[in-house]
Ligand binder design. Structure first.
Ligand code: BGC
Length: 417
């Protein structure tokens, strides 16, 4: 069994105990972790759409950025034999859950909706387990962004950075102006989000791929990786002392309110700016993280479907999958979420400059071989390795660990089974 946490005996006994009662109206229970301002507005659109189709929406929201707490809650429910209808699961983890035999085949929705023609293979392959769709993709998030408050920059006399030299110059000026240069929340996944953008900037897409996707031991301990940790250590000096445990959206709020100048974060951060009524290119800027202009680290949200007993719920599950892939949902959700549609055929008209740039860069980096899966967001490696690597980065961020010690620990973590 791949997911060590699932105990077969418990599942069997749980399933027997959890035969569902006959329901009056079809219902879907959806586990997600979209609880910040922008995220909640986004998921509310799906709820609205399902209710319009006569399906009762049971919200199973578990707060905690990047789903750290949601995964724990999901495991408990599956072990108890009462999985939700759908859960936000991404990347290689879909295969891990598939191997447990708990995911539902939703080919019926995919065939009817022609998903194979609307999705790129890099996306559809991840949504399938053994050739059958078990998950529906929601969006494409770009991770290697830097979010900027232009007013802070101009107060400090700094200019928008495109590379690390300019970034540190801007950071120095913001600090001198008495403001916080880098808004950050000290949580392992946020630390790793910054780290992966730094590796991408310092080493480029090919290096990123060798080191953080293929986990090549020589790359993990190379001078380029040492330099990445040195750069990360320098970034640390621009983060305020109260960052420990801070949620990502509170860090974004610091940029929105002009307390801080910049934040490394994926474009779910844009959802916070949008929810606060801020306009891209005017009230806030999105630029690729330093030295990463030509690359794109992607993070694709998806809802994996669980095997459920009730035929009404099974039908509602397919309705849910179809709704997620519909043009209406793809547009309205992504406008709120900060991401871009995952499927072909959606008009760009309503999307802002950050989103259209993301669309262009997604296509261009795909052609140039610079489209890379995000490590911090569960796209690059299996969950055991990702967890071990994340622990190393968090330790580096929270101690005086040297870059040499960090690369050695990283190489060791990459071997986690
Ligand atoms: C998810 C986003 C989410 C973010 C913060 C990422 O891993 O892909 O949908 O908004 O974490 O929770």
């Amino acid at each position: 069994m791949k997911l060590k946490f699932l105990n077969a005996a418990l599942i069997v006994s749980g399933l027997i105990a959890a035969v569902p009662a006959v329901q009056a109206a079809p219902q879907v229970e959806v586990l997600h972790y979209w609880t910040s301002g922008g995220e909640a507005k986004s998921i509310a659109e799906l709820k609205k759409m399902m209710e319009a189709k006569g399906v009762v929406w049971k919200d199973f929201a578990v707060a905690g950025g990047a789903g750290e707490n949601a995964t724990t809650a999901l495991k408990a429910r599956v072990i108890a034999g009462s999985p939700p209808t759908a859960a936000q699961i991404k990347g290689p983890s879909i295969q891990e859950w598939g191997a447990e035999g708990v995911l539902a085949n939703i080919d019926a929705a995919a065939t009817e909706g022609k998903w194979d023609t609307l999705l790129q293979p890099v996306v559809s392959n991840v949504m399938k387990y053994k050739g059958h769709y078990v998950a529906v993709p929601v969006n494409v998030h770009r991770v290697n962004w830097l979010w900027i408050n232009p007013e802070v920059l101009s107060k400090a006399g700094a200019k928008v950075p495109t590379n690390f030299a300019e970034f540190f110059d801007a950071a120095d000026k913001i600090k001198k102006a008495g403001l916080i240069a880098v808004a950050h929340g000290g949580q392992p996944w946020q630390d790793t989000t910054v780290f992966e953008s730094v590796v991408l900037g310092v080493g480029g897409a090919k290096f990123y791929d060798k080191a953080l996707v293929k986990l090549d031991p020589a790359s993990l301990t190379s001078p380029t990786m040492i330099k990445s940790f040195e750069t990360l250590a320098k970034i640390k000096t621009y983060i305020d002392k109260d960052s420990a445990g801070r949620d990502w959206n509170l860090a974004t709020a610091m940029v929105i309110n002009g307390k801080a100048g910049m934040q490394f974060m994926g474009d779910w951060a844009k959802g916070e700016f949008t929810a606060a009524g801020k306009v891209a290119g005017k009230d806030f800027l999105c630029v690729p993280a330093p030295d990463t202009e030509k690359s794109f680290t992607f993070n694709i949200d998806s809802l994996a479907m669980f095997k459920v007993k009730n035929p009404e719920e099974q039908k509602a599950q397919l309705t849910l999958a179809t709704a997620v892939m519909s043009p209406e949902f793809q547009e309205v959700f992504n406008l709120n979420k900060g991401s871009i549609p995952v499927r072909a055929g959606i008009s760009r008209a309503k999307f802002d400059s950050c989103a259209t740039r993301s669309m262009d860069d997604f296509a261009a980096s795909g052609k140039a071989g610079a489209l890379e899966p995000s490590l911090a967001h569960g796209m690059a490696v299996d969950s055991a390795k990702a967890g071990a690597i994340q622990d190393v980065i968090a330790k580096f961020m929270n101690s005086t660990m040297t870059p040499q010690a960090a690369v050695d620990a990283l190489a060791k973590a990459a071997k986690t089974k």
